[in-house]
Structure formats: C-alpha cells, structure tokens
Design a protein around this ligand. Structure first.
Ligand code: HEC
Ligand code: HEC
Ligand code: HEC
Ligand code: HEC
Ligand code: HEC
Length: 420
C-alpha cells in the first residue's frame, strides 16, 4: 500500500495506470481532462462547454482578439507584453503555460486547454492576491500549485493502490491519479475562485476587474459556488450515451456567466409604475440587481442598457428612449464602466490611467429611472427591456466580421410591460 503522503513527496511516475496522456516527467497539471472523462463524464461534459475550457487565446475568440492586439501571437515562444515582461494574461487564461514560463500555447495540450480539471484540482492552498508589499499575485501565482497530487472537497482519503475487493473501512478509497480529499475548506470557499476572479488592474494600476472586491462590499455570505456551481441532477452518461433512468448529482462545472443566455437573466429584475397625466405617461422604473456582485461584473466592457418604448396594438414602435444607443442619448439607461486616459478621454483597458465612471449596478442595488413618455395616437403598450452586451458599442463596431454575430448581439435579460 502506497500512502498518500508518498505523492506529496513529489514522486510521480509509476501509477497513472488508467491515463491516456503521456506523463513521464510531466507534472500532474499535464494530465489531460480527457483522462478524467473516463470516470467523471458528466462533469467533463459541463466543463468542456465552459469558458474555463475555452479560456486560452487559441480557443476564446474575444480573448484571442484582445490578446493578439495587446500582447502578440499566442503560437510564438518568448513573447513579451508591452512592459517587456512575461504576459500576465496567461497566469489566468492559460495557467499551465504560465507555470512553465511558456508563451507558445500550441506547444502542449495543457497550455491550449486553458483552465483544466487539474489546474483547479491541484490547488493546495490560497495565498491571496497581494504580496505583503502590495504587488499583485494573479491566477496560479495566488495558489500553491501541487505538481504531484490533486485535491478535492469531500474529506475522503484516497490511494493510487488498487483497493482489495474484501477491504473494510478505514482502507483508503482508490483513485487512479494521486488525490487528496482533504481540502474541503479551500474548494468550498471563494478562495477556489478568487485567485483569478478577485481583482485585476492594468500596468498603470487602473482597476479593470473587481468581482471579489464588489462581493466584499456586498457583505453577503453566499459562496460563489452556491450560484456558479450549484448542485444539479443530470442524466448519467457512459461513453457519451445517456444511461436510461439513472441520474447523478454533481456540482455544476459549466460555471455559467456572461456567455450564458440563461445565467444573465438570473441577476436582474425590472418593475414599473405608471401614471397618465394628459398626453404624458410618467413612468418609474426600478432596476434591481439580485446579485452580491455588480451587474454586470467582470471584464470592463460588459454592459447592459434599458430600452423603454411605446407600441401600437400591432406592435409598431411609436416612441423610444434613445436613437442610436442610450450611452449617447439616455445615459441614465446605460450601465457601464468607462476608463479614461490622462486627459480624461475614454480609452481601452490597457491604456487607461483612471476610471471615468462606473454606472453598473452595485451589489444588490435598486436603481430608479424616471421617464415622461409622450402618448402618441394609438399607443397601447409601454414596455421596458434590459439588454446585456458582452462588449461596448465601439468595440463591437471594431469587431464586426471578426467575431461570430452571436457574441455581438445584445441579449434580452429582463422585461416589464403595461397594456394601456
Ligand atoms: C475552475 C475550477 C475547477 C475546474 C476547472 C474543475 N473543477 Fe472540479 N471542482 C471545483 C470546485 C471548487 C469543487 C467543489 C465544489 C463544491 O463542493 O461546492 C469541485 C468539485 C469536483 C468534484 C467533486 C464532486 C462532488 O460530487 O462533490 C469532482 C469529482 C470534480 N470536481 C472533478 C472535476 C473534473 C473531472 C474536472 C474537469 C473536467 C473539474 N473538476 C474541473 C473546481 C474546479
Ligand atoms: C478510473 C476512474 C477515475 C478516473 C480516471 C478519475 N477519477 Fe476522480 N474519482 C473517481 C472516483 C470513483 C471518485 C470518488 C467518487 C466521486 O467523488 O465521484 C473520484 C473522486 C474525484 C474527486 C473528488 C475528490 C474528493 O474530494 O473526494 C475529484 C476532484 C476527482 N475525482 C478529480 C479527478 C480528476 C481531475 C481526474 C483526471 C485527472 C480524475 N478524477 C480521474 C474515479 C476516477
Ligand atoms: C486559474 C484561474 C481561474 C480560477 C481558479 C477560476 N476561474 Fe473562472 N474564469 C477564469 C478565466 C480566465 C475566465 C474567462 C475565460 C474567457 O472568457 O476567456 C473565467 C470565466 C469564468 C466565468 C464567466 C463565464 C462566462 O460565461 O463568461 C465564471 C462565471 C467563472 N469563471 C466562475 C468561476 C468560479 C465560480 C470559480 C471558482 C469555483 C472560478 N471561476 C475559478 C479563470 C479562473
Ligand atoms: C447569488 C448568486 C451569485 C453569487 C453568490 C455569485 N454570482 Fe457571479 N454571477 C451570478 C449571475 C446570475 C451572473 C450573470 C450576470 C452577470 O454577469 O453579472 C454572474 C456573473 C458572474 C461572472 C461573469 C462575468 C462575465 O464577464 O461574464 C463572474 C466571473 C462571476 N459571476 C464570478 C463570481 C464570483 C467570483 C463569485 C464569488 C465571489 C460570484 N460570482 C458570486 C450569480 C452569482
Ligand atoms: C487575474 C486573472 C486575469 C488576468 C491576469 C487576465 N484576465 Fe482576462 N479575464 C479574467 C477573467 C476571470 C475573465 C472572465 C470573467 C470576467 O469577465 O471577469 C476574463 C475575461 C477576459 C476577456 C473577455 C473574454 C470573453 O470571452 O468575453 C478578455 C478579452 C480578456 N479577459 C483579456 C485579457 C488580456 C488581454 C489579459 C492580459 C493583458 C488578461 N485578460 C489578463 C481573468 C484575467
């Protein structure tokens, strides 16, 4: 019997019996997700459709486009960022490449894969996202990364040895890859996410992403996992086929967010009160963020806007609160983050030296918008809609034709309507 601690000593060559990936001399981070699929097929399926499995510049078209602009070619070695240093992006978007100092993401499957099973499941401790002297620790730098063993949340002890058929408890449970189930606190807390999601600033120190800080100001104690990895019951899979009549309950590894049309509807609620005075409707619209982080959160170009419009009984639009986009024509109906340069002009994330404004909804905020709407002849419906966009209008204009249309189309996330 090989005790688990044997693996902690860093010996990692003999026991990957079940694995299809070549292992000799490679760290556990190189064990391919495909070899986990054999036994964790349902989790594998969720993960493979997630942005974690598609986070590298080779897989995510939006990140890929920005990476090429700001850093360079993701298939070349020794690429440096604008500041002459190793590109910080890779510490979160291609963490295994970052651990090994490579920028050639097609060199190894684990680099291209992005955030694999063995990336998160080799965290053995969270160090926080700042050094004692205040320097940022991003992604894999924020964690102790075990190169020989995996970890999970259950508290169960595993062995890579075969468990004899007649063994009785306390014989450790067999796992084909070194696995310790003793990191319950880490995997069930926000620490499992914060290394990459807490905060990020550009090289000028201007904050770009602040999901973790937002969450803290929200003074809420619901973990990230409670919403983003809630327990779901899914049909059991065997070799890609549904096993009839069998379900399995697992923490949802699709970790949905801004790319998921359903998830984005979970964060927001609209309600509206109206009063007609002559040929004007006075409408009070309440926009409520149901989340303990901003809505939208994350990347600085995420945004949403409100369309308020009247229609006749055939659905013909008679009046709308903006011409081109609320950012221009009705700023109170635009919820976005504006970054600026020294002179105070709006600019892109890498160049920004200041935050010009932040009108996204704060954690659990309720925002009130007032409208005076002209009642044109035939007006019979008043409808307000919230529309979510992954990217801001100027970026969308730049990306037209370069990105799939779906990524450039605003998504309806909430609506309220009144029949007059
Ligand atoms: C982004 C980080 C992350 C990635 C990537 C990830 N996991 Fe997890 N996994 C977690 C966390 C966190 C938990 C604990 C969730 C909880 O208990 O609330 C977990 C739990 C699990 C569990 C325990 C399930 C249970 O019933 O309690 C298994 C098994 C697992 N993951 C397998 C995988 C496999 C296989 C992959 C790749 C296909 C994978 N994970 C990818 C973070 C991750
Ligand atoms: C030969 C089958 C097999 C393979 C291959 C396999 N596992 Fe497991 N794994 C299991 C079994 C069985 C359990 C215990 C029951 C459960 O939690 O699903 C388990 C449990 C886990 C857990 C939960 C740990 C805890 O806290 O108890 C994680 C995380 C996990 N596996 C990750 C992985 C990853 C990542 C891979 C690929 C590198 C992998 N497994 C490959 C069979 C396998
Ligand atoms: C090793 C870094 C890392 C860790 C750890 C990590 N993430 Fe992520 N996560 C990312 C990156 C990078 C992306 C963006 C991928 C992209 O869009 O290119 C992402 C994307 C997401 C998204 C957005 C998905 C979408 O639809 O746009 C959600 C939600 C998310 N992660 C939740 C979590 C949660 C919850 C945890 C903790 C259990 C976690 N992540 C742990 C790096 C990480
Ligand atoms: C009460 C449920 C809930 C909790 C708790 C929660 N989230 Fe979210 N999160 C959501 C919903 C719903 C969305 C989609 C709307 C949005 O993008 O704001 C979302 C969106 C996200 C996104 C997507 C951003 C993007 O650009 O695509 C990330 C990343 C994220 N959350 C991370 C986290 C992290 C990290 C935590 C823990 C600190 C957390 N969330 C806690 C519900 C929750
Ligand atoms: C601290 C970790 C971290 C670092 C460093 C990082 N990112 Fe990200 N990035 C994320 C996370 C997490 C998300 C997705 C969730 C969100 O919006 O917060 C994301 C999302 C993105 C997106 C949106 C992707 C999409 O599909 O919509 C782009 C573009 C992006 N990052 C570019 C970059 C570039 C370029 C760099 C380097 C200059 C970089 N990131 C550095 C964590 C990071």
């Amino acid at each position: 019997m090989l005790p688990v601690s044997h693996w902690m000593a860093g010996v990692c060559s003999v026991s990957f019996l079940y694995l299809t990936a070549p292992i000799a001399g490679e760290s556990v981070q190189h064990v391919d997700a495909a070899s986990c699929k054999q036994c964790h097929e349902e989790i594998y399926q969720q993960w493979s459709g997630s942005m974690h499995a598609n986070s590298s510049a080779l897989k995510d078209p939006i990140h890929g486009a920005f990476y090429k602009n700001v850093v360079g070619d993701p298939t070349q070695e020794d690429v440096k960022a604008g500041n002459g240093k190793y590109p910080v992006c890779l510490k979160c978007h291609a963490p295994v490449a970052a651990m090994e100092g490579s920028t050639k993401l097609d060199a190894k499957p684990a680099y291209a894969q992005g955030i694999g099973c063995t990336t998160c499941h080799s965290f053995s401790a969270f160090k926080g996202t700042d050094t004692p002297d205040g320097k940022p620790l991003y992604g894999t730098d924020a964690y102790e990364m075990d190169k020989a063993s995996l970890y999970g949340p259950s508290g169960i002890s595993y062995t890579t040895e075969r468990t004899p058929a007649d063994a009785k408890w306390p014989t450790p449970v067999h796992h084909p890859v070194p696995m310790q189930g003793n990191k319950s606190e880490l995997f069930k807390s926000n620490d499992a996410c914060m290394g990459c999601h807490e905060k990020r600033s550009n090289p000028h120190g201007t904050p770009l992403c602040r999901t973790g800080d937002e969450y803290r100001t929200g003074k809420n104690f619901v973990s990230c996992q409670a919403c983003h990895m809630s327990i779901v019951s899914v049909p059991k899979l065997k070799d890609g086929q549904v096993v009839a009549g069998e379900m399995i309950s697992i923490p949802d590894h699709s970790m949905a967010g801004g790319h998921d049309d359903k998830m984005i509807t979970r964060g927001i609620a609209l309600s509206m009160d109206t009063k007609q005075e002559g040929d004007v409707i006075k409408a009070t619209l309440l926009v409520r963020n149901r989340l303990p982080h901003a809505y939208p959160t994350g990347a600085p170009f995420r945004n949403f806007f409100i369309r308020v419009a009247t229609y006749d009984k055939d659905g013909q639009m008679l009046w709308k609160n903006y011409e081109v986009h609320p950012i221009k024509d009705d700023p109170k109906a635009a919820f976005w983050y504006t970054l600026g340069d020294e002179a105070g002009n709006p600019t892109m994330p890498p160049k920004a030296t200041q935050v010009l404004s932040d009108t996204r909804l704060k954690p659990n905020e309720v925002r009130t918008l007032e409208y005076e709407i002209p009642v044109k002849p035939g007006t019979s419906i008043l409808r307000a809609e919230a529309l979510y966009d992954l990217l801001l209008p100027p970026i969308k204009a730049n990306m037209k034709g370069k990105l799939p249309d779906d990524l450039l189309t605003p998504k309806l996330v909430a609506a309220v309507e009144i029949r007059l």
